[in-house]
Design a protein around this ligand. Structure first.
Ligand SMILES: [Zn+2]
Length: 296
C-alpha cells in the first residue's frame, strides 16, 4: 500500500499516486493499494485559510491503535480511519508519503525495528534514514499494529519528501514510490530504470533519535536559525527561566556501513533487488535506539 494525503495539505504523495496511475503501473506480484487518505481535509480547507487543511477535527496520523480506533471518541478523522481500517489491516507493506512545513532534505522515518531499516536500505532511497520510536501525541499509521512489531513481517515506512510547496517534494514522492515497488518486486528493474526521475544517493546515512524535546508553550524560540540536519556540536535547551532543562544530546551521524550493505558494496542503486531476497543478507546491526519523534 502507498498512502498519500495522510495529512490533507501534504500533496506530494497524491502527485506520486497520479504518476503511478498515468504510468499504468500494475503489480507483478501481490496486490497494490493506492490510498488517498484525508481527502475531506484536502478538499475543504479551513474557513480562514483557502489552502488545504492538515486535518479537520484531529490529526489522522495520531489515531492508529486499537484502543483509539475501537474507543468511544468521535471525529471526522476517526470516522475515516475506522472506514479504512480493514484496508490498512490487509497491507503487508506500507509506504506513507508526507511533506514538511519547513524546507529540508527528504527523510525516511524507519522506526526502530530492523525490518523498517532493511526496507529503506532495499530501496536505496532517500539518503537520510531516521530511526525514531514514534510520536508522543499518538500512534501513527506507520506504527499501527503489526507494523511496529519486530516479530511480524509487516513493514511500514514514512517518508518526509521535503517542504510542502517545494516542487522537489513531488519528485521525491514519485521516486520513493517507484523504488518501494521495485524493492518489493512489484515492478521490474527495467520499469524503474524507465520511470526513475533522479538517481539514488551514493550511500544512505542513518540517524538515531535518542531523545525528543517537545515545545511546551509559545515562549519557545530557537537560539539561532537552524536548517534540517544541521550539526550542533553541543546541543541543549533551556526553559523560560534560563535553567538548563535537558542534558545535551548532539546529533550523531552513524557510519555509512550501517545504512545497508548495498551502498557499502557499490551496488547499482537504480536496480534494487527484491526486498524478500535482500532481507536475508542485509541484516545490519543498526545501533539505533529512539524515543519520541517529529511532527509527521
Ligand atoms: Zn505529514
Amino acid at each position: 500500500m502507498i498512502s498519500a494525503l495522510t495529512h490533507g495539505n501534504e500533496i506530494c504523495g497524491a502527485h506520486a499516486l497520479a504518476f503511478l496511475f498515468e504510468a499504468n503501473i500494475r503489480p507483478l506480484r501481490g496486490r497494490l493499494t493506492l490510498l488517498f487518505a484525508s481527502v475531506a481535509a484536502h478538499a475543504a480547507g479551513r474557513p480562514a485559510r483557502p489552502e488545504p487543511a492538515r486535518y479537520l477535527d484531529e490529526d489522522f496520523n495520531r489515531l492508529w491503535s486499537e484502543s483509539i480506533l475501537q474507543g468511544p471518541r468521535q471525529s471526522r478523522e476517526l470516522a475515516r480511519a475506522r472506514a479504512l481500517k480493514t484496508v490498512i489491516d490487509s497491507a503487508d507493506y506500507l509506504l506513507d508519503l508526507h511533506s514538511m512545513q519547513d524546507p529540508g532534505l527528504a527523510l525516511a522515518l524507519t522506526g526502530v525495528t530492523e525490518k523498517g531499516k532493511r526496507l529503506a536500505a532495499a530501496m536505496g532511497y532517500p539518503e537520510y534514514l531516521i530511526a525514531d520510536a514514534g510520536h508522543a501525541a499518538g500512534p501513527r499509521m506507520r506504527d499501527y499494529g503489526d507494523f511496529a512489531l519486530a516479530e511480524s513481517a509487516k513493514t511500514a515506512l514514512l517518508i518526509e519528501c521535503g517542504q510542502h510547496a517545494e516542487p522537489m517534494a513531488k519528485e521525491v514522492a514519485i521516486e520513493s514510490a517507484l523504488r518501494f515497488l521495485a524493492a518489493l518486486g512489484m515492478i521490474a528493474p527495467e520499469t524503474l530504470h524507465r520511470l526513475s526521475r533522479h538517481g539514488a544517493p551514493e550511500r544512505q546515512r542513518r540517524i538515531a533519535v535518542t531523545a525528543a524535546v517537545t515545545v511546551r508553550d509559545e515562549s519557545f524560540a530557537f537560539a539561532a536559525r537552524y536548517l534540517c540536519l544541521d550539526i550542533v556540536p553541543k546541543a541543549r535547551h533551556d526553559d523560560r527561566k534560563g535553567r538548563r532543562a535537558a542534558r545535551p544530546h548532539p546529533l550523531r551521524r552513524l557510519r555509512p556501513r550501517d545504512a545497508g550493505r548495498g551502498a557499502a558494496a557499490g551496488r547499482d542503486r537504480r536496480s534494487p533487488r527484491p526486498f524478500s531476497r535482500l532481507s536475508r543478507t542485509a541484516g545490519g546491526q543498526g545501533p539505533c535506539h529512539a524515543r519520541g519523534g517529529a511532527a509527521t
